[in-house]
Design a protein around this ligand. Structure first.
Ligand SMILES: C[S@@+](CC[C@H](N)C(=O)[O-])C[C@H]1O[C@@H](n2cnc3c(N)ncnc32)[C@H](O)[C@@H]1O
Length: 408
């Protein structure tokens, strides 16, 4: 996708970012700062503006957009977590980055329905408190509208600062949150690690932003890479990738808030060795607009999503530093199959009696297959970490992690 041509008027957000960069030391900011403004600047940033972003009419779809199955199967895993903690009287489900609130809706509807006919689900429902931590104000409004049937006694919205340390017993979970964190961009030049900064063009009629390379803005970038055993200075000239420092800060906060229970992270990503594979020499940064993707973050600023893959090895390492056990890691397709996706696919194919049933069933089959397609959502990573609880699948065979497959 091409950059803005010189006769295009810059958006308010572009102008605001350009003004801020002009006022910054050396008239530049690390790419991570630019990305944070582009996504989260109040009222103007991609997630912070009132506009449809996620879903078929937006820029990309996530698993809950394929139907209620994703949330319902997750609910089965949450029930299993509750059992594994010896059925505490209060069980928190803390969803971080809830988007439009679809997962919360599907989890809560499913569990409240089951609670009507099963004593065990009823006890789980009684214990359940659903908390949402969401950064984007318009999405909080959408979530509150969608969940108003539950809001009074089941769902609350909180900032991290409202949640005391070591107060959460239950599960902190996210779907496609970590890929939405700003990342630092690094590039190798002449055997040295450089960081990508965003600066402004001298001629303001041009597309206003351009990249410059310089030494890293913080020693944390090199510390991050060396902890993973990655030495980018041995990589070819021009090799570019990302460093996700924000994900480490986030996991530290989550670990601090957790007293006993689990952190479940679902997202697209790689292990560190795959992430920094010499072949992946342009990194993983992608921009999404109207269901297509490209790699120009300076185009259509505030109207396109910017995202980078998750480094799961970095999350595992950070978990260990922050007192979390790394319990299991699998792929979404295997995770959902273990939770009952296969039964749903079978029930769907055997239920057709009329032509319209068949059309419905074919649509549903596509959606269910979409959740497990290893080249798409099914290939997402599912990382389970825990605190003050069982530390391995040998101790407790968590339902979603009982189907094993090739590591990706
Ligand atoms: C890609 S969307 C995923 C939404 C949803 N989980 C889903 O599966 O459809 C990322 C979400 O994370 C939110 N987000 C980003 N950074 C956040 C942060 N630091 N704390 C809480 N929410 C955040 C965004 O506003 C958005 O709701």
């Amino acid at each position: 996708m091409s950059s803005q041509s010189s006769d295009i008027k810059f958006s308010d957000l572009t102008t605001l970012i350009a003004t801020r960069i002009a006022a910054s030391p050396n008239q530049r900011v690390p790419f991570a700062v630019f990305m944070d403004w582009a996504l989260y600047e109040p009222e103007l940033g991609y997630y912070a503006a009132h506009r449809q972003k996620i879903g078929a009419g937006g820029d990309f779809v996530t698993s809950p957009h394929l139907g209620a199955d994703f949330g319902e199967l997750l609910a089965e895993q949450f029930l299993d977590f509750w059992r594994s903690l010896d059925r505490p009287a209060l069980f928190h489900l803390l969803e971080m980055g809830a988007g439009q609130g679809l997962i919360a809706k599907d989890v809560l509807h499913y569990l409240s329905d089951r609670a009507k006919t099963s004593a065990e689900y009823a006890a789980f429902w009684q214990a359940l408190q659903y908390i949402i931590v969401e950064k984007a104000a318009p999405l909080v409004q959408e979530q509150q509208f969608l969940l108003k049937a539950f809001a009074a006694d089941k769902v609350t919205w909180k900032q991290w600062s409202d949640i005391p340390a070591e107060s959460i017993v239950g599960c902190c979970f996210s779907n496609e949150l970590v890929d939405a964190f700003p990342v630092h961009l690094v590039e190798v030049q002449a055997g040295q690690l450089h960081e990508v900064y965003v600066t402004i063009e001298a001629d303001s009629s041009l597309p206003p932003f351009k990249e410059v390379l310089d030494m890293p803005s913080s020693p944390k970038l090199e510390v991050y890479l060396s902890a993973l055993g990655i030495d980018l200075t041995t990589y070819p000239n021009g090799y570019r990738s990302e460093v996700g420092l924000a994900a480490l800060d986030w996991l530290k906060t989550v670990a601090q808030k957790l007293s006993r229970g689990y952190v479940l992270t679902i997202d697209y990503g790689h292990t560190a060795a795959q992430y920094y594979s010499p072949q992946r020499d342009r990194g993983t940064l992608q921009c999404y607009y109207q269901q297509s993707h490209h790699n120009d973050p300076y185009w259509n600023i505030g109207h396109q999503d910017l995202t980078a893959h998750v480094n799961f090895t970095a999350l595992e390492q950070q978990g260990t530093r922050c007192g979390l056990e790394n319990i299991a890691f699998t792929q979404q397709g295997l995770f959902l199959m273990a939770l009952g996706l296969g039964d749903r696919i079978y029930a769907n194919t055997s239920a057709n009696t009329t032509a319209s049933d068949l059309v419905q069933s074919l649509r549903r089959r596509d959606a269910l297959h979409g959740l497990m397609n290893p080249l798409g959502l099914g290939g997402f990573g599912v990382l389970l970490q825990g605190k003050s609880t069982v530390s391995s699948l040998r101790e407790y065979p968590f339902k979603g992690f009982t189907v094993s497959g090739a590591a990706f």
